[in-house]
Design a protein around this ligand. Structure first.
Ligand code: SF4
Length: 171
């Protein structure tokens, strides 16, 4: 197995969300072997090819990897941290085992800007998407944590052109 263990070195309180935590961990392997593949998988990842570091978000949890160092940001408790570590370990090992069938990506993509997205939304703050405002929904789309289909008004004929522009931007 490529990644055998991840040891938790330290846990801090999150400054922005004091009810959440950030873990500093050390992997048993140099993860720069898999970061170009993580970059290919996670469209909003920030990847640096000079040191092969990466930061990506999955299910609103942020992972930052620099070789053996892995920081995991914004989890609620120790149980969740252990679930996240298991998920992360499986992800890394699956990628490592399948890397012959995958295409790595060595460039950092540009995310679709939040205001570009916001300007194409209906801007009614109707909350049908489950978020408290169109701006919040735009921020989630920017991080690929929401889907265009979650905004029902965008399917109305009067927003067809806006919806098409969004679909092109996220294609
Ligand atoms: S459903 Fe669409 S229009 Fe309504 S708040 Fe969400 S993003 Fe805005």
């Amino acid at each position: 197995m490529f990644l055998q263990d991840i040891d938790v070195i330290d846990v801090d309180l999150c400054v922005q969300q004091p009810e959440k935590f950030i873990a500093h961990t050390r992997a048993s392997a140099d993860l720069s072997a898999v970061t170009p593949y993580l970059n290919a998988m996670f469209r909003t990842a920030a990847y640096n090819h000079d040191d092969r570091s990466i930061r990506f978000t999955s299910d609103r949890v942020e992972y930052t990897i620099i070789r053996e160092q892995v920081n995991i940001a914004k989890f609620a408790n120790r149980t969740e941290l252990h679930e996240l570590l298991d998920w992360f370990k499986d992800l890394v090992n699956d990628i490592y085992d399948s890397r012959g069938e995958m295409t790595p990506m060595y460039e950092c993509r540009k995310p679709v800007p939040v205001f570009f997205i916001y300007n194409l939304l209906p801007k009614t703050n109707c909350r049908m998407c489950g978020e408290k405002s169109c701006m919040v929904f735009a921020a989630l789309l920017n991080k690929l944590e929401a889907d265009i289909d979650a905004c029902p008004p965008l399917s109305e004929p009067k927003y067809a052109e806006n919806r098409h522009k969004l679909e092109v931007a996220f294609a």
